[in-house]
Each structure stands twice: as C-alpha cells, then as structure tokens.
Design a protein around this ligand. Structure first.
Ligand code: RIB
Length: 311
C-alpha cells in the first residue's frame, strides 16, 4: 500500500555524554556526530527498508539537503519535499553511557507547512493509501481531517506529546501509535494498564499501538489486545528505536501480515536498531531483520491475546 508521510526532517547533533547535563552545569561531551534524523525521516526510512513505497512530504531548508539525499538513498520518494530559504529543523541529542537519550528540538521548516501545501499534496496523492504523521510538524490536526475526509487511512505517532494533541481529531485515526508516557497523557491516567481500556472507550474506531520500552509492546485492534515482550540486547543508542518499531509495525499492518508476526518483526527491528549508534542509519533492513530470525540471534517471542474487557 502507498504511504504519504507528512513528516519531520531533522539534522541530529548528537553528543556522547557520561550523564545528561544538569541545570547550571557546563559539561564537556566525549564526542559529537551529525546524523540524519527526525521522527518523520526515520519512519519513512524504516517503512522503505521494510519494503513499502513511501512518499515523504515536507519543507526543508537548503542547509538540510543531506536529509533529502538520505531519503533518496533509501528509496523514499522525495518529489513532495519543497526546498526553502529558512533553516531546517534540528535536534540536539545527548546519549549517555547506558545508550539512553534526551532530545531538544528546533522545529525550523518542519513547522512551516501551509494548508494550501497540504491540500495540494493530498490531492496529488489520491484517495488510496495511508497518511502517516508524527507530532513534530505543524497543522497535524488539519492533515488528519483532510486525509480522513478523502477516505485515506491515517496513522499518527503522537510524539513528542504536548497538550495540543488532545485537540486533534484522534477519533478519525486508523492507528494511534504511542509510548507509555504519551499514552498516559492522552488517556489521562496514571497506570500503564489503564491506557488501552481508556483509549478504546474514548476512540472506539481507532486501532492502537502502545510501546512500553524494555517491557515490550501491546496493540489493540477491534476488541483484541496483543502483547509481546522485548529482546534482551546490548543498548548502544536508543535513538530511532520507536521510529523503527512504528515503521515496521505499519509495514506489517499494510501488507496483510498477522499482528503477532508483525509485533515480532517490529520488536526485532527495534532491538537491532538500539545495538547501533545513530538515528536513520541504525534502522535495519528487512533482510537484516529476517536474518536475525533465521540465525537465531533473537528468540521467537510469544504473543499473548486477550479481549479489551479482560476476558
Ligand atoms: O525519534 C528520534 C528522533 O527524534 C531523532 O532523530 C530526532 O531528530 C528527534 O526528532
């Protein structure tokens, strides 16, 4: 199935640190890398590496040409990327000794989308396929409405979370993809186990993917909840692990793969991603994911099924 990703593009400035810098502290980093990133770019590349046809729509400053080239190297269609004369989005990322990160974003051209531009892109895309969004661009709610109005499937990765997400027409989504922090904030609850029941009641027609970090992931489609654990692996850098999961998960859902097998594939792809430094460059190819199964690098994880009312 064709995918239009109305997604962010960031130049990632990555700093290798002992610990995240504290208020009032000045600290030397141990190393610095410049990577191609942005949740939008990472997810386009994950879906393309998995095997989907992806068209990426964005605005990009001329300082960010390497991001367009990176998408093209990975087979993503960039015909809908408009080059402009203002600065691109960027992210300042600290990665600590345990591979955990903290990220500061500058929106730049990611937040310069216009309604006219979005309507033109959707008109050109047509009425068949899926529109994917993350929450690093402006006009997310408008894109959801316009895409749903045209009969397109719509998937939103509500990251990063901010209060404005609650005003989006989330009931019009085909897939809402969140981690536990985003899920608790959208559901308005404190416990992770309450997220899916509450979101199902609030948005009964929306399917939900909930990632839980080292505790695995759950997915709700219709009345059924599927749950998978996580592979034990060495963590080098968790950047783009969530994006890899979302990209491979949607690939499975759009290509008729069962939910248990899709969850296994996405879990394995994201375990391979955290074993490498970087954002889009650490997203594995489908062949690498398949080899990890064939060579037994990771076990085939069990997937449990239950219904939303706990039966
Ligand atoms: O999800 C990881 C991404 O978040 C990074 O590549 C960074 O650009 C931020 O958008």
């Amino acid at each position: 199935m064709r995918i239009l990703n109305v997604g962010s593009l960031n130049i990632d400035y990555v700093y290798d640190v002992d610990h995240f810098v504290q208020p009032g502290e000045t600290m030397a980093s141990k190393g610095m890398f410049i990577n191609c990133g942005g949740k939008g770019l990472n997810q386009s590349i994950a879906m393309a590496k998995a095997g989907n046809h992806v068209c990426h729509m964005a605005k990009l400053g001329r300082d960010g040409l390497m991001l367009k080239e990176k998408l093209e190297e990975n087979g993503v269609d960039t015909a809908m990327i408009e080059l402009v004369d203002t600065p691109s989005g960027h992210a300042i990322i600290q990665v600590d000794q345990n591979g955990q990160n903290c990220i500061l974003l500058y929106g730049g051209t990611n937040r310069a989308l216009t309604k006219e531009g979005i309507v033109a892109a959707l008109d050109a895309f047509g009425t068949e396929g899926l529109v994917l969004l993350q929450n690093e661009t402006n006009l997310v709610g408008f894109v959801i409405e316009e895409a749903a109005k045209r009969g397109l499937q719509v998937a939103l990765n509500a990251a990063p979370m901010e209060p404005g997400v609650l005003d989006y027409p989330l009931d019009q989504l085909t897939w809402l993809m969140v981690n536990e922090v985003e899920g608790r904030q959208i559901a308005g609850c404190e416990k992770d186990e309450d997220i899916l029941p509450i979101l199902s009641e609030k948005y009964p027609h929306c399917n939900i993917l909930l990632t839980l970090g080292s505790r695995g992931a759950c997915c709700k489609r219709g009345n059924t909840i599927y749950q998978i654990g996580c592979h034990k692996t060495k963590v080098v850098d968790t950047t783009a692990a969530g994006d890899t999961f979302c990209g491979y998960f949607l690939y499975g859902m759009l290509n008729g793969i069962s939910i248990p097998d899709t969850l296994r594939m996405a879990t394995t792809a994201s375990a391979l991603c955290i074993g490498k430094q970087g954002a889009s460059d650490s997203v594995p190819t489908k062949t690498e994911v398949e080899e990890a199964f064939v060579k037994g690098i990771f076990p085939v994880l069990p997937v449990t099924e239950s219904t939303i009312d706990g039966k």
